[in-house]
Design a protein. Structure first.
Length: 588
């Protein structure tokens, strides 16, 4: 079936004797048979060139045809409102504002999706004017390069800090803008790390991730979904007309005096688009190693590892378990003027003064492996690789450690012993794994009990049994480690004081205004650390499985994730429920 628009274009071209009636009938029949764009068919068949086509359409529709585009007449304020990525992908460019609205150059006046998107971004009616795609791209490059050049010359110096308006001071009357601004303000107020905007059949649901747990905070009518998503996309400089593909972007905000960097991710779902935003406080102070929640033994072990001259230290755990924070803390601890420290990350979350940080960019083939290879020519002392994802990255990291560099990285496994077998499964020779690794740390994050409202209670025997606590024993000490590598820190441990004479009591979550009724405020880590001893090296060389290595590590003095969690329960830091929640898969 021939679309009315195709018939309209065909009639215009035939009336002007650009294409014969017979050939036009053949092209329309071919389009009806194969589908696709009739304009693309016309151009690819060379029945008409782009200028002939759109000049004829412009005359018939009484629309201006721009050849060339008057770059000198472009309004800079309109250009500033339209993201360059959107302008290029949709081949649109605002020219200037007239009586009827903003004149917008486009390749096709029939592309209503792109024109509606421009109208939404500018907040004003648009008047289409036709130009060739090549002419629009040339004009886009010219005007946006001119703006970039002005910034480099200092005409907009300090734009990021000076032009960021604090959301608290915004008094915009647009309901959607106010609604989205409130989302950000409330998220920062509640210490949320992520904002989820989710579309369902009848409503839009917003959830905040606070201390690692999602909380339902508000809803909106489904009719407002498109406007909410468009507002977020405009802030993130994404293509608001593209609703079929995932997109990623960033937003710079200022909320209550804090500079917040927001990483935005959108995906299409059967019920509409879904958005997740990760909030990063750019002014937050990096954690010191002593602030990570290590008990004395783990602190001593980690402190000794990051001061080794060479070798590989791996931190493992699921997404959101604080691996990057741990690596940053370790780097900050050893960041001195006599060391050259380089990192390659995806993305660079926090800037550390005195350290060279590189953001991976697969589009230009800057991957973990290629960046790591380049690092070896930069005379580094310490290298941090955001994640070991493949054999090539692992091999280069091992080569770097064996040639006198300290390498810190992360890898995804359920526990610390599993990282050894994971590397072997990547086809890394066991002798290279055994000779390069010096320590592996697994970790999870548990919520910390609110100090304002936590209350004492007497736990049930079943609860204690599940987490491995035996009343009346100094569980926090355990048996002396067999390996001397674990012993120094262990000797500094102290058993928790008795809370109620004659009763075995623990703390539980209650809830108050200070913790927003959750009973928890903040998070801390539970850790499992494997030191690579001679016995473990021998078993790696024999291709031993992870269970065998785990048993050896336990015998030598390794404290499991669940046991470390139990120690923090006894100290009143967290609860049995929290430890079981994050270490469920790691139970012995």
């Amino acid at each position: 079936m021939t679309a009315p628009r195709d018939t309209f274009i065909g009639e215009i071209l035939v009336e002007r004797d650009i294409i014969s009636p017979d050939r036009m009938d053949g092209l329309l029949a071919l389009k009806a048979e194969k589908g696709g764009s009739f304009v693309e068919l016309l151009l690819s068949s060379e029945a008409v060139n782009e200028k002939q086509l759109w000049t004829a359409v412009a005359e018939a529709m009484d629309i201006a045809y721009l050849d060339p585009i008057p770059v000198a007449d472009l309004d800079p304020s309109l250009i500033a409102e339209l993201p360059i990525s959107f302008a290029k992908s949709n081949r649109v460019l605002p020219i200037n504002e007239g009586v009827d609205g903003v004149k917008v150059a486009c390749t096709s006046p029939f592309d209503l999706g792109a024109l509606d998107a421009v109208q939404a971004i500018l907040g004003r009616p648009v008047v289409p004017q036709i130009a060739s795609g090549e002419a629009i791209l040339d004009a886009i490059n010219t005007v946006y390069e001119r703006r970039a050049g002005q910034d480099e010359l200092g005409e907009k110096e300090g734009v990021e800090e000076e032009e960021l308006t604090d959301l608290i001071d915004v008094e915009d009357e647009a309901p959607i803008i106010r609604w989205v601004n409130t989302l950000f303000f409330e998220a920062v107020k509640r210490r949320a790390s992520d904002i989820h905007i989710e579309s369902f059949e009848r409503e839009v649901v917003v959830r905040y991730r606070i201390d690692g747990v999602l909380h339902h905070v508000k809803t909106a009518k489904k009719a407002f979904l498109a406007s909410i998503i468009s507002r977020v996309k405009i802030l993130a400089k994404l293509n608001i007309a593209e609703k079929r593909l995932p997109q990623d972007g960033r937003i710079a905000l200022k909320i209550a005096g804090k500079s917040i960097d927001v990483r935005v991710s959108t995906i299409p779902t059967s019920q509409g688009e879904r958005v997740v935003m990760r909030l990063l406080d750019k002014q937050s102070v990096l954690h010191d190693v002593s602030d990570l929640g290590f008990l004395a033994d783990h602190y001593t072990l980690f402190h000794s590892l990051i001061r080794r001259p060479h070798g590989i230290i791996l931190v493992t755990g699921p997404t959101g378990s604080g691996k990057t924070t741990t690596l940053y803390a370790g780097l900050s601890q050893i960041n001195t003027p006599d060391k050259n420290i380089l990192t390659i990350e995806d993305p660079v979350e926090y800037d550390i003064e005195g350290i060279g940080q590189v953001h991976v960019n697969p589009k230009i083939d800057l991957t973990f492996s290629s960046g790591l290879r380049a690092f070896l020519r930069q005379d580094p002392d310490v290298i941090m690789v955001g994640e070991i994802r493949d054999r090539e990255t692992a091999e280069i990291a091992i080569h770097a450690s064996l040639t006198g560099h300290l390498v810190l990285s992360t890898i995804h496994t359920n526990d610390a012993p599993g990282a050894l077998t994971r590397l072997v499964e990547m086809d890394i020779e066991p002798f290279l794994v055994a000779s390069s690794l010096i320590g592996i740390q697994a970790q999870r994050l548990v919520r910390v009990l609110c100090p304002e409202c936590k209350t004492l209670y007497e736990p049930e025997p079943e609860q204690l049994e599940e987490i491995g606590i035996v009343p009346g024993t100094a569980h926090i000490l355990g048996d002396p480690p067999r390996s001397p590598l674990y012993r120094a820190g262990w000797e500094q441990l102290k058993p928790p004081p008795p809370l109620v004479p004659g009763k075995f009591m623990l703390y539980e979550a209650s809830g108050c205004d200070a913790c927003l009724g959750t009973g928890y405020r903040g998070r801390t880590g539970v850790y499992e650390m494997v030191m690579i001893t001679d016995e473990i090296r021998m078993n790696v060389l024999r291709n031993a499985d992870s269970n065998t290595i785990k048993k050896i590590a336990h015998a030598e003095g390794m404290i499991s994730l669940r046991d470390d969690g139990a120690r923090k329960v006894l100290q009143g830091i967290t609860t049995i429920e929290e430890v079981l929640r994050v270490t469920h898969e790691d139970a012995a």
